[in-house]
Design a protein around this ligand. Structure first.
Ligand code: HEC
Length: 128
């Protein structure tokens, strides 16, 4: 079937569609930074602090949290490499997380500087 397109109506369509599409594209660009970072999205981190945070985790958290290469174990908490891939696990999330008590993690207490270092460590695990 052949569809006859009147060049004039095409021009009208273009005139309508273009500003609309432009507005949509502009909105997408403007809104992008406000959206949550994609799962596993890389964030800047402090390398020295991440190294200290890694040691805090080795000292205090390995009783429950698996290492990346451990076999999955339903009785253990997820490796941090997996946790950081969950949606929304960004700096703000982890900083809030370490300000609150979380069952069953009520048995650990970290100093403020240790919490900050662990946040850097977690961010360092995100795929860069
Ligand atoms: C008594 C066991 C236990 C200890 C000790 C422990 N955790 Fe956990 N942790 C858990 C469990 C259980 C979860 C929940 C697992 C899940 O979210 O799938 C968890 C979850 C987490 C999460 C993920 C939170 C989220 O919402 O995704 C982080 C981050 C975390 N722990 C950090 C730590 C750090 C840092 C330490 C050491 C200072 C620690 N944990 C020590 C058991 C523990």
């Amino acid at each position: 079937m052949e569809v006859a397109v009147n060049p004039q109506s095409l021009a009208v369509l273009n005139a309508l569609a273009t500003p609309h599409l432009r507005a949509a594209a502009l909105a997408a660009v403007l809104l992008a930074p406000a959206l949550p970072a994609p799962a596993g999205g890389a964030e800047a981190f402090d390398t020295a602090a991440a190294g200290r945070g890694r040691q805090v985790v080795e000292d205090w958290c390995r009783g429950c949290h698996l290492r990346a290469r451990d076999r999955p174990d339903a009785d253990m908490a997820l490796p941090y490499e997996r946790i950081v891939l969950r949606p929304g696990r960004d700096r703000a999330y982890f900083e809030r997380f370490f300000r609150e008590d979380h069952f069953p993690m009520t048995t650990y207490r970290l100093f403020e500087n240790e919490k900050a270092d662990v946040v850097e460590y977690l961010l360092s695990l995100k795929p860069q």
